[in-house]
Design a protein around this ligand. Structure first.
Ligand code: VG1
Ligand code: CO
Length: 543
């Protein structure tokens, strides 16, 4: 049946360039709101008659209701089959894996990633294409355009379906298959990593803890780490997914994953700790009293990839998002590999992976992954690290110390100012832009400014251009100060300030990053007038 879609006008759909539609649950609960978006997606993705759609989410509040709606709309719109994770669960990387494995036309993933969940918090939905990756900008732009003039949607009338048991049944001419949410993903992990070596490591005196933060990775980590790899019960903490993520903020960083940080920095700290975010695509890696920056994590993976069976025959290249430190560039150079610098957001890696130009990709925001799927992948990164540790039999800290000795250390930090006034945030970036012509040649933070720009990217595969991807101050010694506005927050604006400085001298590798970057941090404040404009004297989150 067709239903008029006008009751939530003006319909505020997904803005182009953002990773999915993220709004408060209350917004999604308005009559026809979710339906408008889903129909806009179906109207914008081409001819899927007779094709398969994958559906699943991170288990947050409203996940189940949304899936019921999507199933009824998929049937009315002509999909022949929907694969849905049991209980409505699929982590983002598992959804990517399932889309690829079963040659689906695409997938709808219900998640607002790390944003808090619950009736008064956030919900989200994103569309992934047939390669398993986030829809590219041309597709999100088409979806957005459609949200602006959609007038009806198609949906069948039928009772809700049972999502809790695996099995297959028909829904008005469309087949619905409820699949084990973990099995396909676990099998893929087993094909990439040396499970025997990791099992031996975990059976020894190597102590470890994985914090699922009451979000989607709990069931995945329990099956893979505890059941398949034999890690003692209790290795996975906060492993029960909850609709409100236990009231927490499943963002795996030093601020929001404080329970894990306290364990790794406490007495009798274990050898290894890791956490993942709400939808399972990001990761934080910790050693005993030691934090691995995501930028360094990517570099260490690239330098040690030959130790991991799935990558033993070599990697084709490396890509990192622009704000991510250049640590991986140095590894790529020493291995004679290409290293690509893309805008923030995983969708920019898809073309490079599809074209076989890169194998490993990473972002400073705790996202790492490879061409095994087309999303960043939290548990994959944890297994990659465990595989390296199993082979090298050294501590996390000694692996990093050794890495810095060989390649130099890229001191790096990101300062986030969350929930600031949007106009003030825009002005902070504009203040820097206004000095683009006067800054080059001057000295800041004891270094000479080489150039300033708004980062723009031309996709080397399809030639598409993405502009205004971050305001950069680039120094002659390779140091950088970058300002960006977040595209994932749902209240006010978030300013991210990224700071990087390269230190070749190994006698200076043991500093605290905030100390090593102190003069850069001060210069960033001065040049942008950030503190004055936002009324904030310190960041919300320091990574
Ligand atoms: C943030 C990160 C970015 C990441 C994005 C989606 O975006 O900075 O690197 O790709 O989240 O991650 P922004 O625009 O807020 O800086 V997730 O875990 O939400 O898929
Ligand atoms: Co995420």
């Amino acid at each position: 049946m067709q239903i008029e879609a006008v009751s939530t006008r003006p319909f505020e759909g997904q803005r182009p360039g953002t990773s999915g539609l993220r709004k408060k649950v209350k917004v999604f609960q308005q009559a026809h709101y979710l339906e408008n978006f889903v129909q806009s997606v179906f109207d914008s993705i081409g001819d899927f008659a007779g094709q398969t759609l994958v559906v699943g989410g991170d288990g947050r509040y409203y996940n189940r209701e949304a899936i019921q709606t999507i199933l009824k709309m998929a049937a009315a719109n002509g999909f022949s089959k929907v694969l849905v994770g049991q209980g409505g669960i699929l982590s983002t990387p598992a959804a990517s894996c399932v889309i690829r494995k079963y040659n689906a036309y695409g997938g709808l993933i219900l998640s607002a990633s790390h944003n808090p969940a619950g009736p008064d918090d956030d919900f989200g939905i994103k569309y992934n294409i047939a390669n398993g990756g986030p829809a590219p900008e041309a597709v999100t732009e088409a979806i957005y355009a459609r949200t602006q003039n959609i007038s009806y949607y198609d949906i069948i009338e039928c009772p809700d379906v049972d999502l809790d048991h695996t099995g297959s049944f028909e829904l008005v001419g469309m087949q619905v298959e409820v699949i084990d949410a973990v099995a396909d993903y676990a099998e893929l992990m087993q094909s990439l990593f040396d499970f025997n070596a990791i099992r031996d490591l975990l059976a020894g005196d190597f102590s470890r803890v994985f914090d699922a933060m009451h979000a989607v990775t709990g069931p995945y980590a329990k099956v893979i780490l505890e059941d398949m790899l034999g890690a003692a019960d209790g290795t996975v903490i906060n492993g029960e997914p909850k609709e409100d993520f236990g009231g927490g903020h499943p963002d795996p960083n030093l601020t929001y994953a404080h329970e894990l940080v306290d364990i790794l920095y406490g007495e009798d700290a274990p050898d290894f700790g890791a956490a993942s975010d709400g939808d399972g695509d990001r990761n934080m890696i910790l050693g005993n009293h030691f934090f691995v920056t995501p930028s360094d994590s990517l570099a260490v993976m690239a330098a040690n990839a030959q130790l991991v069976p799935g990558y033993a025959s070599g990697i084709s290249g490396v890509a990192r998002s622009m704000p991510t430190s250049a640590a991986a560039d140095r590894v790529a150079e020493s291995l004679g590999l290409d290293c690509y610098e893309t805008p923030t957001g995983w969708k920019f890696f898809g073309n490079l992976m599809d074209a076989g130009r890169v194998t490993l990709c990473g972002e400073e925001s705790f996202g790492t992954g490879s061409d095994h799927v087309r999303e960043k992948d939290g548990l994959w990164a944890v297994l990659f690290w465990l595989n390296i540790l199993a082979v090298r039999k050294e501590s996390v800290k000694s692996i990093l110390t050794d890495h810095w000795k060989k390649f130099g250390r890229n001191y790096y930090s990101r300062h986030d100012y969350e929930g600031v006034d949007s106009a003030a945030a825009t002005q902070v970036l504009q203040n820097v832009r206004d000095q683009f012509t006067s800054l080059p040649g001057t000295r800041m933070a004891g270094r000479r400014v080489a150039s300033c720009d708004d980062f723009a990217y031309t996709d080397p595969v399809d030639g598409s251009i993405s502009e205004n991807q971050g305001v950069r101050i680039l120094f002659e010694d390779g140091s950088r100060i970058i300002f960006r506005l977040s595209g994932t927050g749902t209240s006010g604006a978030t300013i991210r300030v990224y700071l990087e400085s390269y230190e070749p001298d190994s006698s200076r590798h043991g500093l605290d990053a905030q100390d090593a970057l102190a003069d850069m941090i001060e210069a960033a404040g001065e040049v942008s007038q950030l503190q004055k404009l936002t009324g904030r004297d310190k960041p919300t989150v320091i990574t």
